[in-house]
Design a protein around this ligand. Structure first.
Ligand code: GSH
Length: 213
């Protein structure tokens, strides 16, 4: 039995929902509502001491940190693989995922935005500017990398989804939420559309979750 502690709008939960679905795993979703601070309550921090989603419970073991959980998934269920065979290609795919996962997502996280609102009196316009700044610089670089890479195909790498797509699609979703026009990155837009033609990506979308509202 696998349980996923998730919030529909969380990018890291979205990432993990895609990864689990690509591996074909049947998972019980347990919503944790970030809007009502459910993640900060003792009942949840007993599961994830950082008070962040997602967390995965497998046979009573709790796994945290989406990159580490996705690695565990890849090692436990090797097929279909999220990584190409060649070691340089693997590094390349991981670097695309890291560009999103390390350099875009963390600075736009809810708790960061709450800090900006609470401690620096940032208004909603300034919050949007903040988020757009990191998404735009990250996507500009990603678009250049993808456009120059011979191996990018229908997806970030070749013609099958990899780790890079698992990270990219939730970030595009979040960019749209922050009112950023994706059209300025045609390669990213095309890859996102391709991913969203696959059931694993369709069913993992925030709007499809039982806690969506
Ligand atoms: N590095 C962590 C980050 C998890 C994370 O940032 N989760 C966000 C949602 S996407 C969260 O729970 N935020 C709660 C908050 O900001 O208050 C991971 O990848 O699992």
């Amino acid at each position: 039995m696998i349980e996923l502690f998730t919030f529909f709008r969380s990018g890291t939960s979205h990432r993990l929902r895609i990864a689990l679905a690509l591996k074909g795993l049947d998972v019980d979703h347990i919503p944790v509502d970030l809007r009502t601070e459910e993640h900060s309550k003792a009942s949840y921090t007993a599961i994830h001491p950082q008070g962040l989603v997602p967390a995965l419970k497998v046979d009573q073991k709790v796994l945290i940190q989406s990159p580490a959980i996705i690695e565990w998934l890849e090692e436990t269920y090797p097929e279909p693989s999220f990584l190409p065979k060649d070691l340089f290609d693997r590094q390349y795919v991981r670097s695309l995922a890291s560009l999103v996962g390390c350099d875009i997502h963390p600075v736009n996280n809810r708790r960061i935005l709450e800090y900006l609102r609470g401690n620096f009196n940032a208004n909603e316009e300034q919050i949007l500017l903040w988020c757009a700044s990191w998404i735009v610089s990250g996507f500009d670089a990603l678009e250049t990398i993808l456009a120059n890479d011979r191996k990018s195909g229908k997806f970030c790498f070749g013609d099958h989804p990899t780790l890079a797509d698992i990270y990219l699609v939730p970030q595009v979703e979040s960019a749209r939420r922050f009112k950023i026009d994706i059209c300025r990155w045609p390669k990213i837009q095309a890859i996102d559309e391709m991913c969203l033609s696959l059931p694993a990506f369709i069913n993992a979308a925030p709007s499809k979750q039982k806690d969506a509202s």
